[in-house]
Design a binder for this molecule. Structure first.
Ligand SMILES: Cc1cc2nc3c(=O)[nH]c(=O)nc-3n(C[C@H](O)[C@H](O)[C@H](O)COP(=O)(O)O)c2cc1C
Length: 361
């Protein structure tokens, strides 16, 4: 069944403003999709400061590790008052453990839990987690049911269209998860077998939208611009959009989408000062949490930011290798001086995925 909110979305403008997920009212319909290794507190905060973001979700956090207070897991869920609204994404295959992790999060003041059922990586799938869960209807339902029943806060699920073209399980699962009490579904319009290749299947997303009765469906995959978002909303009827890599390629994308949804001019160009300020701000926020280690963590943003932030390619290369705060500051100073010298507008980032057939990831 087509849900009520989606019919309002079928205009040329992205649907605007608030959206309700369970008892949460989110200020916009444009969400930050989880990107393991990137969507840490610093990135979330820096993006929020630019405006337009409706919801951020953390990197996937292993439920068992969280319950054993593993240091890395605690780092991933670190947050502050500005970092709102936030959902914590958990993964694993054992319903008891996921339910306990969700309860622990609720007891510690978190207001949303997302279950990862989309991760294609072998180390996650091999333990029965991520996309693997969607292959077993009963187990998937049990898992969602146990987590939903363990907490009062809204529980959402993020998944792919299915394992492969022959097993497009998402519509059936989305309908079942809604009946079990899931508050929203995020659907990445690819199968697990596709990894990050091929194109996003809009029709597949639409089938998920049509399979649920009331809960919001969040479309996801390859949205890089206002036009992409408009096209996804129009062709799928999704209620909201989650953007991952597009947020690194254009950190102002959420603001643009919000402006477009209010029929305001969204096609602005941040000034060179604003662009370099964003770069410094993200790094400084990172140092607040990760100290010296930030130099290493920040390097992998270089390829995503280079083209958008007008960073000359030799300086982008230096950003990939720097190892001190002073070096960062001198690179940032030089970027400001030489801003715009860069000719290519194509980002040099490559998503790091293992080589070879997806079965061996
Ligand atoms: C580097 C990387 C890390 C990711 N980590 C997660 C994750 O932790 N949890 C998750 O549900 N999806 C994860 N994803 C998938 C994204 O959330 C998203 O579904 C996918 O990238 C498609 O959306 P996009 O084109 O807007 O990036 C990851 C994707 C990438 C490229």
């Amino acid at each position: 069944m087509m849900n009520a909110q989606s019919s309002a979305n079928e205009t040329d403008q992205p649907a605007s403003r608030e959206i309700r997920i369970g008892d949460r009212v989110l200020p916009s319909r444009f969400f930050l999709a989880p990107l393991a290794g990137y969507t840490h507190l610093a990135f979330r905060t820096a993006i929020r400061e630019l405006g337009g973001l409706g919801l951020a979700t953390t990197d996937l956090v292993h439920a068992t590790s969280l319950l054993s207070k593993n240091r890395k897991s605690l780092e991933l869920i670190a947050t502050n008052e500005i970092d709102r609204p936030l959902s914590i994404q958990i993964f694993g295959s054992k319903p008891d453990v996921l339910a306990a992790a969700a309860l622990w999060l609720e007891d510690h003041g978190y207001t949303g839990v997302d279950i990862n059922m989309g991760c294609p990586m072998a180390k996650v799938n091999g333990q029965g987690g991520g996309a693997r869960i969607t292959c077993e209807y009963d187990s998937a339902c049990e898992l969602v049911s146990r987590v939903v029943n363990a907490v009062k806060i809204p529980v959402t699920v993020k998944m792919r269209l299915g394992w492969d073209r022959d097993k497009l399980t998402a519509p059936e699962l989305a309908a079942a998860f809604e009946q079990l009490g899931a508050a929203a579904i995020t659907i990445h319009g690819r199968t697990r077998a596709q990894g990050f290749g091929g194109s996003v299947d809009m029709d597949g997303i639409r089938q998920v939208v049509e399979a649920v009765e009331k809960i919001p469906v969040v479309g996801n995959g390859d949205v890089r611009s206002v036009k992409d978002a408009q096209s996804m909303q129009k062709t799928t009827g999704c209620d909201a959009i989650a953007i991952g890599r597009g947020a690194m390629l254009d950190p102002w994308l959420f603001r643009r989408l919000e402006l477009a949804s209010q029929s305001k001019d969204w096609d602005f160009e941040p000034t060179p000062d604003e662009q370099v300020h964003f770069l410094r701000r993200h790094f400084r926020l990172m140092t607040g949490q990760h100290e010296e280690y930030s130099c290493k963590l920040f390097r992998k943003f270089a390829g995503w930011y280079g083209a958008r932030l007008g960073i000359p390619e030799d300086l982008e290369n230096r950003l990939r290798r720097f190892d001190s705060f002073d070096e960062f500051e001198s690179i940032a100073d030089e970027i400001r001086l030489r801003h715009g010298e860069r000719e290519s507008t194509v980002a040099t980032a490559l998503v790091k995925v293992p080589n070879g057939p997806v079965e061996r990831w």
